[in-house]
Design a protein around this ligand. Sequence first.
Ligand code: SF4
Ligand code: SF4
Ligand code: FES
Length: 212
Amino acid sequence: MMVEITVDGRVLTVQAGQSLLEACLANDIYVPNLCHLPGMADPPASCRLCFVEVDGMPQPVTSCTVAVTGGLVARTDTPAVRRLQRSALRLLLSVHEVDCKNCPANKRCELQRLARFLKVGLKPKDLPAPRKTPAVDDTHPCFSFYPNRCVLCGKCVEACRRAPGETVMAFSRRGFETILYFDVNAAEAGRCENCQACVEICPVGALVMKAD
Ligand code: SF4
Ligand code: SF4
Ligand code: FES
């Protein structure tokens, strides 16, 4: 069923039940986001970037978790929304190794786009951030993993889950220790089909195909 909602003063006709984030993006209203993938039944809402204000809700809410209903009124560009989005982005950048010149994602990187859009410097001036070691994990036969570039968006895990065959990627540990885990034996055992879906969907330069 199609319903009408109002976003930033524009009346939009959208599918009832789809997420407010998807409705905005489909109508060329950009809302910052990193962990969203279309068609996720249970969005992780982990990046905390997609805040909007919705009439009747006391605080800004993550638009990827709001299901659209007729008559909904939202604003994507308010001081409170931008403040929350900048804080979320600064938090991500505080543990990110920014070295764009030597990164294959340079100029197509979603972090760069977000920083430009939200007018946040890519290199925080704070103390040097703690780093995960090793800086590069080359144990997978097909790709290299750079944990200090990973924004923990979960898109590679979801892409692996959607790809044919077994799911061989997941997150392990918790908090700052959270890190992407992949089954390095899966390729040899034929359970990872080297489909590259994970590498292609990574919004930054954390997964890089090996040259050979
Ligand atoms: S992932 Fe993006 S922000 Fe980070 S070093 Fe690479 S290009 Fe720069
Ligand atoms: S490796 Fe890339 S796609 Fe996977 S969680 Fe990290 S940033 Fe997201
Ligand atoms: S896209 Fe909504 S929290 Fe990440």
